[in-house]
Design a protein around this ligand. Structure first.
Ligand code: WTA
Length: 657
């Protein structure tokens, strides 16, 4: 547990009760907790009725072969139909689905549900024409443009699981994901806009395709390219096709097929404790039930009047559940923004809130801390009075940031929901309910109705209030991951073996004296940098793949802005000498090339040795102490304790940025 997490606990006494008006009108009321407790499966069946099913299920849950769950067995539905067509059929075709805002000013577009339906149908026809069929995998590597949503829904519509790869990931990361899930088609763009300039995307795809070709010739049959910036791109006439040539010419008529509730909807890769990212598999029915229910209940969505904005990128699970599937299933009107918060000025987000009268706003603590640093006078220039509910996700929110968010952005009135969940859980599992639960800054409070969470000790026993341990989920839930793509064994091993019969999330947590849950962060080798999950092992492997590196150890050190920051200790090969004057830059760039710019270490220390236990395990705890500039902890199990002294001296002279 970090010092910061510990100090957060001293804020236990602060609490905010739900505003009376919200308590009276909220979608989810206190009764929901009792209702779910008395009949859990009945409760989930009721949530599933939020969707339109072509065939109703025979059985809510088949848990006869744990941990492999089947939800809504026998039910058939189409996710895209649920997100788009049914709203048009219900007469809401003219309702805005997205206020899309490009980064260049004056580059915006409102897309109604009727327009979205036409676009999705065209794209579904287009990718069908490219030979994509039910069950085929499609990789999507796009900036935050409407085509990203359209591509996801087109895949869902024809039953082709998508795997969206964050645009900030490297060609290497893209190719490994394409190979792992066997994607036949990649949907991308020439580039996007970032901080006022056009950035390129297609060259990374070309590089990835070449890598895939070397491993599995012929796997990628086509690359469908959206023209976003108009920049020049290299063109491979055998496989590359322009989106505007194919999709724009396609028919707007497409009959959706209805799929089994357990038909795969998507694979989302996320960092685990080993070097290889895990392909988290979500299936159609349960996932959509979870996304729609939580988006409706936790954000208290009133679809007729609210304007909702989730700032996550589509390349992460938050973008999937709370920008695409949840809001669209609920017929919400959302904002989608292409760019960064500080282009062309640091008030851009608040300008967008003012312009579209955003009422529900969902972002990450790292963004909130950045705005705090930029100063109150920036949001003060804008009218934020439309906001009625704020949300936070991705990492523990420190109470200072929580209170600033509530006071400065929410004018001291808006509830803040601190929502805990994971790529694996598919939707939010622990959060206050805005109209029911009191909120304490820094606590995700309690499991939402339908979810049974607990904090257990090493033996898997529930800890008493006031104690800490491991966060677990005791009962299956509809939007749970079904397996890891192609690796059932790793799925069992990673999540279900530590505490038999329980889902182990990999997070440490504490129950306070009221029994409310405080999530304290990862207990494994996964770091959380700006709300993004990064694996220490994956970055170590990237460093070691550099010809000058003999050995590397990576730790996540507490960082005021990004929550954690990547700090690397590197031993060079003898043949590399001192590595040369640019060795740190060279290694940072190498990590960016192997994984993506988000994984670049903040700090790299070139050292002669690493602290190891007598059994040869690297003592990361000590390295974290050095990186956080704390006095180093207990070194009695260290094979050679002079190593630590050397490292601590090196840290004083290392490069940081
Ligand atoms: C962390 C993001 C504390 C946690 C949706 C989890 C949080 C990991 C919170 C999942 C929160 C997410 N409070 N910690 N409200 N939300 N986390 O898969 O460590 O990118 O295990 O999903 O983020 O990250 P992932």
């Amino acid at each position: 547990m970090s010092n910061e997490a510990l100090s957060n606990l001293s804020h236990e006494s602060r609490r905010f009760d739900p505003p009376a008006e919200l308590a009276a009108s909220a979608n989810l009321t206190a009764a929901a907790y009792a209702e779910a407790e008395s009949d859990q499966l009945g409760f989930w069946a009721k949530q599933a009725d939020r969707l339109t099913w072509e065939t109703r299920w025979d059985e809510v849950l088949d848990w006869s072969n744990p941990p492999f769950a089947k939800w809504f067995v026998g039910g058939k539905l189409n996710a895209a139909y649920n997100c788009v067509d049914r709203h048009v059929e219900a007469g809401a075709g003219d309702k805005v689905a997205f206020h899309w805002v490009g980064e260049p000013e004056d580059d915006s577009r409102d897309i109604t549900y009727a327009e979205l339906k036409d676009e999705v149908c065209k794209a579904a026809n287009a990718i069908t024409e490219l030979g994509i069929e039910k069950g085929d995998r499609v990789a999507i590597y796009l900036p935050m443009i409407p085509e990203a949503v359209i591509a996801m829904l087109a895949c869902a519509r024809i039953g082709a699981p998508h795997t969206v790869v964050f645009g900030g990931f490297s060609a290497e990361a893209l190719s490994s994901r394409v190979l792992d899930c066997g994607a036949k088609l990649i949907i991308t763009a020439d580039g996007g806009y970032r901080r006022g300039a056009a950035s390129a995307l297609k060259p990374a795809v070309d590089e990835a395709v070449a890598k895939v070709e070397a491993e599995q010739p012929g796997l990628v049959e086509n690359v469908l390219v959206v023209r976003r910036t108009g920049q020049d791109v290299a063109w491979n006439g055998d496989i590359d096709i322009w989106w505007h040539d194919l999709v724009e010419e396609s028919s707007t008529i497409h009959e959706p097929e209805f799929f089994d509730a357990e038909h795969p909807l998507y694979v989302m890769y996320t960092s685990g404790t080993t070097g290889k990212p895990k392909g988290i598999l979500h299936t159609t029915g349960g996932y959509l039930v979870g996304a729609a229910y939580t988006h409706w209940g936790i954000f208290d969505l009133k679809a007729e009047t609210d304007v909702y904005w989730c700032t996550a990128d589509i390349g992460w699970v938050t973008g999937h559940s709370y920008m695409v599937y949840g809001p669209l299933a609920n017929q919400a009107t959302s904002v989608m923004y292409e760019g960064v918060p500080d282009a062309p000025h640091k008030g851009r987000w608040w300008e967008i809130v003012e312009k579209y009268k955003v009422s529900i706003f969902y972002t990450a603590p790292t963004a909130i801390r950045t705005f705090m640093k930029w100063g109150d006078d920036i949001p003060a220039k804008f009218d934020l009075s439309s906001l009625r509910l704020l949300g936070s996700v991705g990492e523990p929110i420190n109470p200072e940031a929580y209170i600033w968010y509530r006071e400065t952005i929410g004018s001291g009135k808006t509830p803040v929901v601190d929502t805990w969940w994971q790529t694996e859980t598919g939707s939010i599992l622990i959060s206050p309910l805005p109209g029911v639960t009191s909120a304490k800054p820094g606590s995700a409070m309690k499991a939402i109705p339908g979810i049974v969470a607990d904090v257990v000790n090493d033996e898997g026993e529930s800890v008493p209030d006031g104690s800490g341990g491991y966060l677990v989920i005791r009962e299956p839930w509809p939007s749970m991951l079904r397996t890891l793509w192609g690796d059932d064994e790793r799925f069992k091993e990673t999540y279900w073996s530590r505490f038999p019969g329980m889902y182990f999330a990999g997070d440490g947590a504490k129950k306070d004296s009221d029994g409310d849950v405080w999530v304290l962060g990862r207990v494994d080798d996964v770091m959380n940098v700006s709300g993004h999950r990064l694996s220490t092992t994956e970055i170590e492997s990237a460093l070691v793949s550099h010809p000058k590196v003999a050995e590397a150890a990576v730790v996540g050190a507490t960082d005021e802005m990004t929550g954690q920051a990547v700090c690397a200790y590197v031993i060079l090969r003898d043949t590399a000498g001192d590595g040369g004057p640019d060795i740190v830059k060279e290694l940072r760039d190498h990590v960016a090339k192997e994984i993506g710019a988000i994984a670049k270490p903040r700090q790299i220390m070139i050292v002669a040795e690493l602290p190891k236990t007598r059994s040869g395990k690297i003592m990361r705890r000590l390295l974290r102490d050095v990186a956080e500039k704390r006095e180093v902890g207990d070194v009695t199990t260290l094979a050679d304790d002079s190593v630590m002294r050397l490292i601590a001296e090196g840290a004083a002279t290392s490069t940081e940025d």
